[in-house]
Ligand binder design. Structure first.
Ligand SMILES: [Zn+2]
Length: 329
């Protein structure tokens, strides 16, 4: 203190006509520094304020939170992508189920709409960019809905298929897969299924079966295992005819016979001789009229021979059956 007092200097101020203390150098420096600091702080605050107004400055908390949010968003997008891949795997399963398993067991395919039950299937063209978080969550929930529904339907389909398995052998022997007459050189094929000229009226008429030219007495075979439902003359135009129920919705009809070899109620095996060709009923000459019905509708018998004929023979038979000639009725 004493030392400081000794160093105290004065100067004469002509304005006030008095001596004034000369401020020590460190004090003056401190004063200058203070001023400089104040000015810097003020301009800094002004700059900060304007930057903040422009949104260029965020506090560290905000930055951390934003980074966390970005990470969550990325995680969510990856999660949804994985859900999509799962849904796509299920879609492949559905297609394989329809194209292989259900086809093999002759079951109707499950359409996409039913499989996904109105959820619209897999969104293969999803746009992740520009989605906000609530949209992402909605997307994820929707994908899960689709997947859950598809799994239930896939599991049901597999149940159906495993139910069909034991019946498969029975089914394979029951469906009408062979030709009803011996036709090794394929020359017996007279007229096929489709629009033909009526042999009596010469008018265009739909022919619902296949005609095989065959002399009276030619053996006629059951084309699949089944039960004889009818063997009588009471079907209009068909003369002496036989009707076999094969189950699984299949029925075959054999018309214009000369003789029966079976009676109603009898069980028959594929290849059994059920009767003999003839010219009874509305018939132009001795032949067999053969019909296949699936679920009470006539279908083209040629579709069933593919498994029992060589590819080349099937081709020849198809061509002959397709000839737009006159049927024998
Ligand atoms: Zn016919």
């Amino acid at each position: 203190m004493k030392d400081q007092k000794r160093k105290q200097k004065y100067y004469y101020d002509p304005d006030t006509l008095s001596y004034r203390k000369v401020a020590s150098r460190p004090l003056r420096k401190l004063w200058q520094f203070g001023l400089f600091f104040m000015a810097s702080a003020l301009s800094g605050a002004a700059i900060f304020y304007s930057f903040n107004q422009l949104g260029w400055v965020r506090n560290s908390n905000e930055i951390v939170l934003q980074r966390e949010l970005d990470n969550y968003k990325q995680d969510y997008q990856n999660f949804i992508k994985r859900l999509d891949r799962t849904a796509e795997a299920l879609e492949n399963l559905r297609q394989r189920d329809n194209e292989v398993y259900r086809l093999y067991f002759e079951m109707d395919p499950i359409p996409e709409e039913q499989y996904y039950s109105g959820f619209g299937g897999v969104n293969r063209y999803r746009k992740y960019e520009g989605q906000n978080n609530s949209e992402l969550i909605k997307d994820a929930a929707q994908s899960l809905d689709v997947i859950e529904k598809a799994i239930v339907n896939q599991s049901r389909s597999l149940d159906d298929i495993s139910e069909m398995l034991p019946k498969r052998k029975e089914y394979l022997t029951a469906i009408p897969t062979i030709q009803p007459v011996k036709n090794e050189d394929l020359r017996r094929m007279a007229s096929g299924y489709g629009w033909r000229s009526d042999p009596f009226t010469k008018m265009r008429k739909f022919h619902y079966g296949m005609d095989f030219s065959a002399p009276v007495g030619t053996p006629i075979f059951a084309t699949g295992d089944g039960i004889v439902k009818r063997a009588d003359q009471r079907a209009s135009g068909l003369g002496k005819h036989i009707r076999i129920d094969h189950g699984f919705g299949y029925i075959t009809i054999y018309g214009h016979l000369s003789k029966y070899n079976v009676r109603p109620g009898q069980k028959v095996k594929r290849g059994d001789i059920i009767g003999y060709a003839g010219n009874t009923g509305r018939s132009l000459g001795s032949h067999l009229h053969y019909e296949v019905q699936k679920d009470r509708k006539q279908v083209n018998p040629i579709d069933f021979y593919a498994g029992t004929l060589s590819a080349a023979d099937y081709e020849i038979l198809s061509q002959r059956a397709a000839l737009s000639n006159q049927s024998l009725d």
